[in-house]
Design a protein around this ligand. Structure first.
Ligand code: GCV
Length: 647
């Protein structure tokens, strides 16, 4: 029995007498993970092949992570191309048994769609997590490693069970003291974590600071074209890769929000990334280079600069210049993990570069794990978006699937809380991320159904109620917060709760430009910043033209009068009022509905969600009243339905 919540994995071994036979040809660290899982989730005991109820065999004609399952009358056979495939097959069997109760029949074959399925941890040696909402770090505390290995192993199991195969162990904002992670003492400590993750098929990455040769090596420069700098990185990469068997590589945020990068030396991101790629190549490592370049400090008076254009302008011209072991990691939207923003045009611009799309599980801008907000519907919109990058179908899912060194990454939502994610319901986002990276064609509803069934044992009526609450929770969050894709309007720094003008005169380029006549950011090519021109046709014209721009993104792309009529038939101002009143009413319903769950789960889990729903309601009302009042004062137009708007 775990000391921690087991999330969707069984908290006790599943019923039945399970015996297993494991192919003796299976070797290496993952075999330990397989054995531990067989014991923990199935209480299975080893038997001869003829007597085993579960047979795990290597079939080298399958891909290393793929597996086939055959349910036969006497036994279930898992064939896989490699040990990791066997582990994934085992988790698929556990999932089926948890969902169905009894062994099903038939066969199936599965292989992950994305090669890279990664969680980025923004954990710091201090034990704090940047944008963490589930307690402190499970890795570090007070400047050192926590070494709670059992917890790390439980975590690795949870991640492997949804197919995660890579983690970064430290924040992308790499403080100088984090350089110690690359030095012998830090590496000795990191090795223990990497070894645990390796048993579950998960490669560890370290976030690195571009100026490391100066900070740790005493060099005068970090210029990627200087030989002494390149030699420093070669030596560092060799040291790290020797110390950490199976090491994945480096993750880096460069020339962004104050982090150093190649621009200091007049070099491009390709030159910077290739230096690290060259250093890692002899060891089979990857450099994952983030495209969240954010040194576009703006002046609100200047209407020509547009932060949304930054990533494309910086990286699109470099397409094709990156090494084969370099991967560009692009945030899903052009701004910053907002509840609603268009898909980043950079994704469709990288045709000859390895690409990972970055999502955010930690709910920085989406309620900070105090609000229920199931994000899979948003992620599905991203994955289904057609970039029109090539003639045949080029949805985001197609661009990142089925290719080596491509995939999905997400900022992790986990911390030291007993339930890992702050409250039970927030676990669904972690689950959904893993499932979508494995198979982007799953629907948000199917994943939710699966997650609820494995996580709770609810009577059908409550099951349906929870499904309903969660499936639409992203729409509800959007309804009471930022209207029509205008973005931000949250409190600076914390990014929680409303502050309509909080960023309006700041340097971060996240403006809504509300005045007495209208609101929105004109990003058209004709009269605005020209951001729309970064999209391929027909997306470009669809966004450029106010008549075809989707309502949900109208204010992202256009500045319109409050009286502008949406496709929905409502005026912008009435939409703002209606959605904010509706959003709060939905949360009031959540609060009422949740009471019915008392007694259907451990009290602590029930009370935890209950308290968070109270906070969600308080915060939703604050959003509603501040937004409605703000736009009422600006526009002077009242609510058609005469509801209370504070003057
Ligand atoms: C790790 C946003 C967040 C920062 C984060 C940054 C990033 O700006 O607010 O906390 O820094 O994104 O993704 O690098």
């Amino acid at each position: 029995m775990s000391r921690y919540d087991t999330c969707w994995l069984p908290s006790e071994p599943l019923p039945g007498r399970h015996t297993f036979f494991l192919d003796p040809a299976a070797t290496g660290p993952v075999v330990e993970g397989i054995r531990r899982e067989l014991k923990t989730s199935l209480a299975a005991v080893e038997a001869g092949e003829a007597n085993a109820s579960l047979i795990l065999r290597l079939a080298r004609n399958l891909s290393p992570e793929g597996f086939a399952i055959h349910w036969e009358s006497k036994a279930c056979i898992i064939d896989a191309g490699g040990e990791t495939g066997l582990l994934y097959g085992l988790y698929a069997v556990i999932r089926r048994l948890s969902l169905d109760g009894a062994p099903p029949s038939g066969s199936c074959y599965e292989a992950p769609a994305c090669d890279i399925r990664m969680l980025d941890h923004w954990d710091m040696l201090s034990g704090e997590i940047e944008r963490g909402y589930a307690g402190k770090s499970i890795f570090y505390d007070q400047g050192t490693f926590l070494n709670d290995f059992r917890r790390i192993e439980d975590y690795a199991r949870i991640l492997a069970s949804i197919g995660i195969n890579a983690v970064s162990l430290n924040n992308v904002n790499v403080k100088p003291e984090h350089i110690s992670l690359m030095l012998p003492d830090g590496l000795r400590a990191a090795r223990a974590y990497c070894d645990i993750f390796r048993r579950y098929g998960i490669r560890s990455f370290l976030s690195v600071n571009f100026a490391s040769p100066m900070i740790a090596g005493g060099l005068a420069s970090a210029d990627p074209l200087r030989e002494d700098v390149r030699a420093w990185w070669r030596e560092a990469a060799a040291r790290v890769c020797d110390a950490l068997p199976g090491f994945g590589g480096f993750l880096i945020k460069a020339d962004s929000e104050g982090e150093p990068g190649p621009h200091t030396y007049g070099r491009t991101h390709a030159e910077g990334a290739n230096m690290l790629a060259d250093a890692l190549a002899p060891h089979g490592g990857l450099v994952i280079w983030r495209c969240f370049v954010y040194n576009y400090m703006q002046d609100w008076r200047d209407r020509t600069t547009d932060r949304a254009k930054a990533a494309w302008e910086t990286f699109a011209p470099l397409d094709g210049q990156f090494r084969n072991n370099a991967v560009l990691q692009v945030k899903f939207g052009p701004l910053d993990f907002q509840i609603r923003e268009p898909v980043s045009p950079l994704i469709g611009a990288l045709r000859r570069t390895n690409l990972v799309v970055e999502l955010q599980i930690t709910q920085e801008y989406t309620g900070q794990q105090r609000h229920i907000c199931y994000l899979a519907p948003q992620w599905k919109e991203v994955l289904n978006f057609d970039t029109y990058a090539q003639d045949r179908e080029s949805t985001v899912a197609r661009l990142i699937a089925g290719k080596q060194r491509h995939g999905l990454a997400a900022v992790a939502s986990t911390g030291r809380d007993y339930n890992w994610t702050g409250h039970k319901l927030a676990q669904a986002n972690l689950y959904a991320f893993g499932r979508l990276a494995w198979n982007p064609s799953l629907t948000a509803a199917d994943i939710l159904t699966e997650w609820i069934a494995q996580t709770f044992a609810l009577p059908p009526a409550l099951d349906a109620r929870l499904f309903d609450m969660m499936l639409h929770s992203r729409d509800v969050y959007e309804a009471y917060t930022v209207p029509l894709g205008v973005c931000f309007m949250c409190r600076p720094e914390s990014h929680y709760g409303p502050s309509v003008d909080g960023y309006e005169y700041d340097r971060w380029g996240t403006y809504h430009f509300a005045d007495r006549d209208g609101v929105g950011n004109d990003r058209t090519a004709l009269t605005g910043t020209g951001f729309t021109a970064q999209y391929h046709e027909p997306n470009r014209s669809a966004y450029e033209n106010i008549g075809t721009c989707p309502d949900a993104l109208l204010l992202f792309f256009h500045h319109v009068p409050y009286t502008h009529r949406l496709h929905s038939g409502k005026t912008v101002i009435q939409h703002i009022y209606d959605s904010h009143f509706d959003g709060v009413e939905s949360v009031e319903r959540y609060v009422r509905h949740w009471e019915a769950f008392s007694g259907s789960m451990p009290d602590a889990d029930f009370e935890n969600v209950r308290a968070r729903l109270q906070e969600q309601l308080r915060c939703a009302k604050e959003w509603r009243d501040q937004i409605n009042t703000y736009f009422y004062r600006k526009s002077g137009i009242g609510d058609e339905r005469g509801r209370t708007i504070y003057p």
